[in-house]
Ligand binder design. Sequence first.
Ligand code: CP
Ligand code: NVA
Length: 302
Amino acid sequence: MKDFLSVSSCRTDELLELLELSDTLKKYYKKGNRDLCLAGKSLIMLFEKPSLRTRMSFQIAMSQLGGSPIYVKPEDIGGIGKREPIKDMARVLDRMANGIMARTFSHDVVVELANYAEIPVINALTDWSHPCQAMADIMTIREHFGKLEGIKIAYIGDGNNVARSLAFACAKLKMKIVVASPKGYELDKETIQRTNEISAGTTTQINDPALAVKDAQIIYTDTWVSMGQEDEKAKRVADFQGFAVDGKLMALAPKAKIMHCLPAYRGYEISDEAMECPNSIVFDEAENRLHFQRALLKKLMS
Ligand code: CP
Ligand code: NVA
């Protein structure tokens, strides 16, 4: 495993090993221990989009492991692929640093970085996927339910990067995901087909949130307007009416845990009541971004 670009390109045993390491290091650090396995190493952190959780968790994890995180905005380097080709940038960073993590619009950018750099490249969210989020979510689910196999997630909303990575994680770990989206915002057919090839019956796409939450242990949602889609906000908000995770939907699955990758837009995809209810585990997910990232950095870079 050189890079971490998508859940789909990892084997099940690799994902399970990362989950085990995340749990182990979480306990180890909570006891006040420190593992300085990345002392003297540097991680380049390239961000084309804003971030709170991903940036802070990588930065803190890298420091906790004794290494140096270096934050780079596209404007600092004259734009990604603008001042010089991505393949040149990748080989320059390869000669200086020990790892690259990148949050980009196009997924092709992280793939090209990984193709030209011999050091590990981590996908910190692209328009296509958000694998670090999915794995922190799975870690959180395992903590709350003590198992993964057979758990059903009802994902309510946009068939976006977050939904796609969750679907691949479910397929690899024998879980189920029912995605309920308005017409025109479903998960792409290729993802549905590929996840069901990995594990038959993993992903179901429907258009009815009430049906999706039936027998679900988890109700998951994400923004209706992802980064880069701001111009479509008015149309999207109109099209997603009836797809909010709120008291009415929660009443159909009263025991289900509520999950959201954050940032949350209260009054749109999730109500304040759902965010703040006792079943909400959204901040456990956010915390586990740190614990998963720490394990990922150790596995790839030490
Ligand atoms: N969930 C997530 O990736 O949050 P940020 O965009 O703040 O990193
Ligand atoms: N789908 C969202 C996730 C943010 C963490 C986006 O891409 O903006």
